[in-house]
Structures are given as structure tokens and as C-alpha cells.
Design a protein around this ligand. Structure first.
Ligand SMILES: Nc1ncnc2c1ncn2[C@@H]1O[C@H](COP(=O)(O)OP(=O)(O)OP(=O)(O)O)[C@@H](O)[C@H]1O
Ligand SMILES: O=c1[nH]c(=O)c2[nH+]cn([C@@H]3O[C@H](COP(=O)(O)O)[C@@H](O)[C@H]3O)c2[nH]1
Ligand SMILES: NC(=O)CC[C@H](N)C(=O)O
Ligand SMILES: [Mg+2]
Length: 541
């Protein structure tokens, strides 16, 4: 992770930054989200970051996350040497969550052992009559929390007191006000801890004295300033526009900063959906008023993909072709402007950054080792264009809010995500075989239009169809058919990192399957994908 680049983030550094040190818990990014929802700027970096990179960010509060590791195991990750001294010398407040609390206890002279019983799931805790970690309304009461641990604290370090216990008697929360160290054995960040957000709110505002000053308007102003500073007064910038939320918001923001020195390019890869090129270009012109050039590169993409079946090979080919088109575009512009563009705008989001930098030994895999997302990590090392990524610190819902402030039309902001490799990751195997792409376009269009007509589009995070390179036997109009199988996939999600499948009612499914089989030649069987992520991913390749 890049603490230095992120320190320049809007609101980054100083009085109100809450810095999360990530030890690999599956919930770490939720802590960041909950704190941002309280209008406080929060960043997450690797739990094993150096002391200097932590200090450079000047956090007011440091939260140590949970972890799949045990503090007893060899090589278990921990904060850097000198961290406790640094925190005390600089009046930094430290909150350990689960593993983070166990780290505090072990490092400050207490004892953590392997518990006789593990505690997983919902538990009741009782809050002490007097303690600082909880607000007045919680004192002396009980609350339901979400536990997920096997180790337990059996002896507190000197100067610490118990702030809450589980009903079985184990330590659920600790504090040492004088030294500004606190710990929660449970996870306040998950919705199964109903008072968790209130506990975080009380801790941040009433205990640590943080103020709620992180607003999207400030992010916008800061990012415009940063972009102006980065791009010299006569330099030109390219932006690859897909018609999706991220690149549209990024382009609108950069256009506000540098005006018509921004040159947008939309690539028809031949892998787009039904009438997508016409629809995207006409909404760009009518609603966005951004200068956009459309390049038809469908032959180039499809000829390179001919005969290629392996999903990773397909993705790599597509990533390479995109960059070669951007390079050609830069050269074309040089002829016209007498100056080569020096920057490329990308709509990279914060989850891309988080997923690209897992803490060592966390067991998390780099997202592009699962699949190579064409815009992250897939960029050539010798790339000449410098990157501008104004959304690098934001989650998708935050980008949608920012787009709202920039008056980006709802039609863009509410669009479901569509991956850069397009239908190539939805036609399994060779995309050029038969008329797979055409069949998929028709099925996808019927599915999406039916979702829109049923008023379900905004409740679904992403929906699409998949073409399988298998044929099954059917009977249509008394004829035997041997035709293709297609799959419908619709998911709910917060940020695409995890997902659940969407439950359609019976009538919707009956209607949509009938429409597909009656209207799309070459399809006689429709399935629905009801797998969550994990274990599946959203796209099929
Ligand atoms: N057809 C395309 N033409 C030009 N650039 C593209 C195209 N498809 C993708 N890109 C580039 O790749 C980046 C990543 O694509 P991605 O799909 O993650 O983001 P998006 O399209 O902006 O938003 P969304 O996730 O909502 O679809 C885009 O921000 C854009 O810069
Ligand atoms: O621009 C993109 N380039 C890609 O290569 C890519 N692969 C997946 N996706 C989108 O990312 C989200 C998560 O998808 P997966 O669970 O399939 O990884 C989903 O929203 C996917 O549509 C991509 N977007
Ligand atoms: N969720 C956690 O942080 C768990 C910490 C540690 N692995 C335990 O089982 O106690
Ligand atoms: Mg997209």
C-alpha cells in the first residue's frame, strides 16, 4: 500500500485522520467504511507498515484490525517496534479490535491464551457501570455483539481495566485512559453488532475528540486542486472513458480542473453490449458535454482473440490492446496539438488499492492473481503516460455521491458496473466462435430491459447474461432443437468485493425465460446462477 501517496488524500493527515492497520481480517475494509459514514476520513494500510510511514500520516487515532492469525504463532504480524512509544509521545489514541486488542495486551505485558471455548457469532456482553469506552446510555447495560475469536485475554497489562465482559465472563473490552489504549474483543464494524457504530461514534468523537469534517464537497475541491497542481499549464491529458460510473466521474472532475486539455476516448472493443456504442456516445454528447472521440477497434480486438480459450490469456490480450490504442491516440494528438499528452486519467477505486496490497501472510490473494483486471496491475512497466487517479481513496457509493455533486446525470451514476473486457468474460471460451456474441447481446438486452420494466434495476448491484459453449436438446414448435445454454446472473453487493445472488420472484423468471426462448434464435435453455462471492466471483471468467 502507498501511505505516502495516500497522505495527500483529501483530508489526509492531521487532527482527524483515523488510520487502520490491517492484519488481514475479512472485516477490515468495513471499519474504514463505518468511520467514513460518520464523516471522518479513514485510511487503511498494511499492519506491518514501518513506523515512519505511519508517523508521516500523522493520525489522530490508530485502529488495529482483527486477523486470521494468532498472536502466539511464529511470524504473526504486529505493529512496528517503537509504535507504543510513538503513540504515547504523540497523544495518538489506539483501539485494538479482536486480534488488535490481543496485540495490545501481549505487547504491554498482559497474557493472551488459547481459549477453552471459541466464541463465534452473536453474544451478549455486559458493560461496566463506569468506563470511558462506552457512552452513558450503554453503561451498566447489556448489548448484543458479534464475536469471532479463539484466543482470549486472561491477564490485563498493568493500568488496564475491563470495560465489558461476555456473559460467560471473558474479557470483551478493555481500556487504559491515561495511556489512551483501548480494546474490543468483538467486531463493532459488522451489522450484527447493532450498537457497534454507536460505540465507534462515542469513542471517536467523545473520547478522542475527533470532529466530523470529511465531506464529499471537500474531496472534490481538494482533488481539483491536486490535479491542477500536477498537470502543468500547457500539458494535455488523455482519459479512457467507458460510459461507466468511475471513468465518467473521474473525467468530469479532471475536466473541471483543466478544461479542454482533457481528451476523452471511448473504445468500441467489439465486446460491448447491445447498441452500447450508440447509447454511450449519444449520452456523452447530450448529457455530459465532454469532448469524446470513439475509436472502432472491434476488428483489432476480435482478431487477436480468435481461437483463444483461456480466461487469463483473453484478459491479457485485451489489456494490451487497450494500452496500444491509448498510445496510438497519444501520437495522433501529438500531430494535432504539437505536444504529446503526458497523463492518463483512470477511475481506479479504493477497493482496487486495498485488494492489490494484502498484508503479508494474511491469506488474502491479490485480486489480479484471481483475474487480471485490465486497469490495475495490468499496465506495462515501461508505460510513458503518468497516471491521474482522483478516485483512488473512494468506494463506489462515495464515487456516486461525488458524481452527484458534479451534476453527472443519474443515468450514468446508477449504471451497473460493466467490466472493460466486456462480453469476452461472459462468453466462455472462444468469443469469436459462431454467433455467440450476437446471441449474448440479445439475451442480455432482454434480461436488463425486463429488470428495468419491473422496477428492479436500482435494487440490483449488477446483472448480466453469460453464454455457455455447450448445447442441449430442446423441443420448440414440435421440432427437436440442439441449441445453446445461457445463464442469468444478478447480484447484490456493497462494493463488488463480496456479493450475494438476487432473489427474483417466480413470475419475473417465468416471463424473462419465455421472452428469451421466444425471441433469441439459438437458445433453448436458460439457467440462473445462484452462487455468492465467495466462493464464485461476479464474472464467470
Ligand atoms: N470501452 C472502453 N473505452 C475506453 N476506456 C475503457 C473502456 N472500458 C473500460 N475502459 C477504461 O478502463 C477503466 C476501468 O473500467 P471499469 O469498468 O472498472 O470502470 P468504469 O467503466 O469507469 O466504471 P464501472 O465499474 O461502473 O463500469 C475505466 O475507468 C476506463 O478508463
Ligand atoms: O473494469 C473491469 N475490468 C476487469 O477486468 C474486470 N473484471 C471484473 N470486473 C468487475 O469487477 C467486479 C468484481 O468482479 P469479479 O468478482 O468477477 O472479480 C464486477 O463488477 C465485475 O464486473 C472488472 N472490471
Ligand atoms: N477475529 C480475530 O481477530 C481473531 C483473532 C485470533 N485469530 C483469535 O482467534 O482469537
Ligand atoms: Mg466499466
Amino acid at each position: 500500500m502507498e501511505p505516502i501517496a495516500l497522505a495527500k488524500a483529501p483530508g489526509g493527515g492531521g487532527r482527524n485522520l483515523v488510520l487502520i492497520l490491517d492484519y488481514g481480517s475479512q472485516y477490515t475494509h468495513l471499519i474504514t467504511r463505518r468511520i467514513r459514514q460518520l464523516s471522518v476520513f479513514s485510511l487503511c494500510i498494511s499492519g506491518t507498515s514501518s513506523l515512519s510511514s505511519i508517523a508521516e500520516l500523522k493520525p489522530r487515532v490508530v485502529i488495529l484490525s482483527g486477523s486470521p492469525h494468532s498472536v502466539h504463532a511464529d511470524g504473526a504480524p504486529s505493529f512496528p517496534d517503537g509504535f507504543v512509544r510513538y503513540a504515547e509521545d504523540n497523544s495518538v489514541y489506539v483501539l485494538g479490535i479482536c486480534y488488535g486488542m490481543q496485540l495490545i495486551v501481549q505487547n504491554l505485558g498482559g497474557v493472551v491464551t488459547v481459549g477453552e471455548k471459541q466464541e463465534y457469532g452473536k453474544m451478549e456482553i455486559s458493560v461496566e457501570e463506569e468506563c470511558g469506552l462506552y457512552g452513558p446510555e450503554a453503561l451498566g447495560g447489556t448489548q448484543t455483539v458479534w464475536m469471532s475469536h479463539g484466543d482470549e485475554v486472561v491477564k490485563l497489562p498493568e493500568g488496564f481495566t475491563v470495560a465489558a465482559r461476555s456473559l460467560q465472563g471473558s474479557v470483551a473490552a478493555i481500556e487504559n485512559h491515561a495511556r489512551r489504549f483501548y480494546g474490543l474483543q468483538y467486531h463493532p464494524e459488522v451489522t450484527h453488532s447493532p450498537q457497534g457504530v454507536e460505540t465507534l461514534r462515542h469513542f471517536l468523537f467523545d473520547v478522542c475528540g475527533v470532529t466530523a469534517d470529511w465531506e464529499m464537497q471537500d474531496v472534490l475541491e481538494e482533488e481539483i486542486k491536486v490535479t491542477k497542481r500536477m498537470v502543468g499549464p500547457d500539458e494535455h491529458v488523455i482519459c479512457a472513458l467507458s460510459g461507466g460510473v468511475d471513468s465518467t466521474v473521474a473525467a468530469t472532475l479532471v475536466h473541471k480542473a483543466i478544461g479542454d486539455r482533457l481528451h476523452c476516448i471511448f473504445v468500441d472493443t467489439g465486446l460491448l453490449r447491445y447498441k452500447e456504442r450508440e447509447r454511450v456516445m449519444s449520452t456523452f454528447q447530450s448529457d455530459l458535454h465532454l469532448p469524446v472521440i470513439c475509436i472502432d477497434a472491434s476488428d483489432q480486438f476480435l482478431s487477436k482473440l480468435k481461437g483463444v480459450k483461456d480466461p487469463e490469456c483473453k484478459r491479457k490480450i485485451i489489456g494490451r490492446e487497450f494500452i496500444s490504442i491509448f498510445d496510438d491516440f497519444a501520437q495522433e494528438l501529438e500531430k494535432k496539438l504539437g505536444k504529446k499528452p503526458t497523463f492518463l486519467v483512470q477511475g481506479t477505486l479504493y477497493p482496487d488499492v486495498i485488494e492489490s496490497c494484502p498484508p503479508p501472510g494474511s491469506g488474502k490473494t491479490h485480486s489480479h492473481t484471481i483475474k487480471s483486471h485490465h486497469n490495475v496491475g495490468g499496465l506495462p512497466e515501461d508505460m510513458k503516460l503518468k497516471l491521474i487517479e482522483p478516485l483512488k481513496c473512494l468506494f463506489k457509493d462515495e464515487v456516486r455521491k461525488l458524481g452527484g455533486i458534479l451534476n453527472v446525470p443519474e443515468s450514468f451514476l446508477k449504471r451497473h458496473p460493466f467490466p472493460g473486457p466486456g462480453l469476452a468474460v461472459r462468453v466462455l471460451g472462444d468469443v469469436t466462435e459462431g454467433n455467440a456474441l450476437e446471441i449474448l447481446r440479445q439475451v442480455d438486452e432482454i434480461f436488463i430491459q425486463s429488470i428495468k420494466e419491473a422496477g428492479l434495476y436500482d435494487s440490483i448491484w449488477q446483472a448480466f447474461a453469460v453464454f455457455l459453449p455447450v448445447q442441449s436438446v430442446g423441443v420448440q414448435g414440435d421440432h427437436r432443437t440442439h441449441s445453446h445454454v445461457v445463464v442469468l446472473r444478478a447480484i447484490t453487493s456493497e462494493d463488488g468485493m463480496t456479493a450475494d445472488w438476487y432473489y427474483f420472484d417466480h413470475k419475473f423468471l417465468v416471463d424473462v425465460v419465455r421472452k428469451i426462448c421466444n425471441n433469441v434464435r439459438g437458445v433453448n435453455r436458460v439457467c440462473q446462477d445462484i452462487t455468492s462471492k465467495p466462493p464464485a466471483t461476479v464474472e464467470w471468467e
